[in-house]
Design a protein around this ligand. Structure first.
Ligand code: URA
Length: 234
């Protein structure tokens, strides 16, 4: 791989910035200063530094975002307000997408990656990857309705939901764990028993928990362990 491609793939420097950094003698490969941005290296084996700091190459990027309200999980939205605006713009060029979209008014854990195979597996209905949400309802919900929802209900369009786990933590607040992800599923489930979701926040996705230290709109890379979980390796 060319040195400038290595830097753009790690979202460290653009090709132009890499050429400048080379001229300034700021880049080393295996201890030698490299002045040529087309220099060929092995991204997995060569020790690359920029301004004395080691740059680790990763084939794929995995990001945890604490999505705030008012942002959509798609690539474009007239007037702005897409989740990609919240992360480092240099990363966008790496072909990132959201794994498991949330509604515009839903907050919490969103995983953004360019690893299409792992994302596809994580979302595959066959895998039944679990997602946990905290919710607040407009109205009190009866134990009977909670039982119905737990056992699976038929939504307005005839879709049947799988059994799920629901624990009420207050009169109108609770937690729900789903093993599937149908469009607007939680809102439609509670609508089927005549109630309404007024607040929804995803707190886990397939064994990965939202980092409580991330503010709304904040993001970080997944840790190695979280990455292994996401890729189905842990
Ligand atoms: N269910 C919903 O209704 N909305 C979401 O954003 C996620 C799950």
């Amino acid at each position: 791989m060319r040195l400038d491609k290595f830097f753009s793939n790690t979202a460290t420097l653009t090709r132009t910035e890499c050429a400048k950094a080379c001229r300034a003698g700021l880049i080393t490969v295996d201890g030698a200063v490299i002045k040529d941005p087309s220099f060929a290296l092995d991204p997995e084996k060569s020790a690359v530094t920029y301004r004395g700091e080691r740059i680790i190459y990763k084939e794929y990027i995995y990001i945890m975002l604490n999505k705030p309200e008012g942002y959509v999980c798609s690539n474009d939205e007239p007037g702005g307000g897409i989740v990609f605006e919240l992360i480092d713009p240099r990363l966008i060029k790496l072909g990132l997408f959201v794994c498991g979209r949330l509604d515009k008014d839903t907050t919490g854990l969103v995983i953004i990656t360019n690893d299409g195979v792992s994302a596809h597996n994580a979302l595959s209905p066959k895998r039944h990857v679990c997602k946990e949400y905290e919710f607040t309802l407009a109205d009190h919900v009866s134990d009977e309705d909670i039982e119905k929802l737990k056992n699976g209900v038929t939504l307005a369009d005839g879709t049947e939901t799988l059994p799920c786990v629901i624990n009420m933590t207050g009169e109108k607040e609770g937690k729900i764990i789903l093993h599937e992800g149908k469009y607007h599923q939680i809102k439609r489930m509670f609508a089927s028993v005549g109630n309404k979701i007024v607040r929804l926040r995803r707190v886990t996705f397939g064994g990965i928990s939202l980092d409580p230290s991330l503010p709304a709109g904040g993001w970080r890379y997944l840790t190695d362990e979280e990455e292994r979980i996401f890729r189905g390796l842990a």
